[in-house]
Structures are given as structure tokens and as C-alpha cells.
Design a protein around this ligand. Structure first.
Ligand SMILES: [Zn+2]
Length: 193
């Protein structure tokens, strides 16, 4: 698992790309000069390949987040896992114009030793998180903002642009990201192995 040292923190954005939210997030991140990691779902990549190009053009890193976000993928056979991960990398590279995902993230954070081993075998660095506002459950802008603002040096923040209505997440990021920067924290992307 990656960590980020010093006064550094990292932002990871999951389950997209989303035609509704990804462009908004990209504009916000560009305005704030923040580079993030986008954890992409293969079936969404196939639907919205141009969004992957926009993510890459913004200087962000790509993470393989499996074809269909099957939270039980880690319990399946080695060959099923291998096929899913390699197929997802292939669709991401096709959409990105050849830019590789460098990380792998288990759907739901449901890591198994097989999932870790298979992702490493194809050159992907496992990427977890340490700050989880559970924004996908839409707990309210105030809650999401507070949890993200409580990030500490070294934190890897999880939030979502895909998978549903992310209006709350976007509103929270608009407040929390400048607040973290003004505390002297620097957004970096985790370094792949
Ligand atoms: Zn996810």
C-alpha cells in the first residue's frame, strides 16, 4: 500500500468516469492546482473514453478499479481475477491513447491475497485509502467536508465522482480542498512501486 510522506496528502476519486461529475471535478482540481488519482471502472471507461483523455490531459494518474466493480472479485479464481484486471487495463489504455493505469484498487476495499498478488503480477501498485467520508452514502455536505478536512499529513483521501449523485461530494470538495491547502498540506499523487 502506498503512503505519502511529509506534509503531503493525496486525493483519490473512484468509480468514474462520469459525464455529469468528472468534468466538474477536473475544472475544480485544475483551478486548485491539485493532481489526483482517478480509479476507473472499465465499463464506464468504455462508455466515456473521452473523459479518460481529459483526466490524463489534466495531469492526473489512472488507477484500475476493475471492469464492473464486483466487490467479490477477490474471492474468485486466479484466472478470473487476472482476466478482469488485464481487460480493465486494456480498455483504459485504449481510451487514454496508450497511457497505463499505474495503480489497482479493490472494489469496496475488499482486498484478498489473490487480488494483491494478481495486481502486482501485472505491474500495478495496490492503492488503498485512509480517509473515508463515505460520500457515496450521501451523508450530507457538512459531514463529507468535515471528514475530508480532518485529513492529516500522509492521508490518502477517498471520494467518488462515479456511481450516483455526487452533488454532495463536489460541494464538499469545493470547501475542503482549499481548507487543506491553507493548512500547509500539499497534494501529491502517491508514487507507484
Ligand atoms: Zn469503488
Amino acid at each position: 500500500m502506498r503512503t505519502v510522506g511529509g506534509k503531503n496528502i493525496a486525493l483519490t476519486i473512484d468509480d468514474g468516469p462520469s459525464p455529469t461529475y468528472t468534468p466538474e471535478y477536473l475544472r475544480l482540481l485544475a483551478k486548485l492546482h491539485i493532481k489526483a488519482v482517478f480509479c476507473l471502472i472499465g465499463e464506464n471507461v468504455q462508455r466515456y473514453p473521452n473523459l479518460v483523455k481529459q483526466i490524463v490531459a489534466g495531469g492526473h494518474l489512472l488507477c484500475n478499479h476493475t471492469m464492473h466493480h464486483d466487490e467479490h472479485l477477490g474471492t474468485k479464481s486466479t484466472s478470473t481475477i487476472h482476466q478482469d484486471i488485464t481487460a480493465t487495463t486494456a480498455v483504459i489504455m485504449k481510451a487514454s491513447g496508450g497511457v497505463r493505469p499505474v495503480f489497482f484498487r479493490a472494489p469496496g476495499g475488499n482486498w484478498t491475497s489473490r487480488l494483491l498478488a494478481e495486481s502486482r503480477k501485472v505491474g500495478l501498485t495496490p492503492l488503498d485509502w485512509s480517509v473515508d467520508p463515505r460520500d457515496w452514502s450521501r451523508p450530507g455536505v457538512a459531514h463529507i467536508t468535515t471528514v475530508i478536512k480532518n485529513a492529516k499529513p500522509g492521508s490518502i483521501i477517498l471520494c467518488h465522482d462515479g456511481g450516483g449523485n455526487r452533488t454532495q461530494t463536489y460541494a464538499a470538495l469545493q470547501k475542503a480542498l482549499p481548507a487543506l491547502k491553507s493548512r500547509g498540506l500539499t497534494f501529491v499523487t502517491p508514487r507507484p512501486e
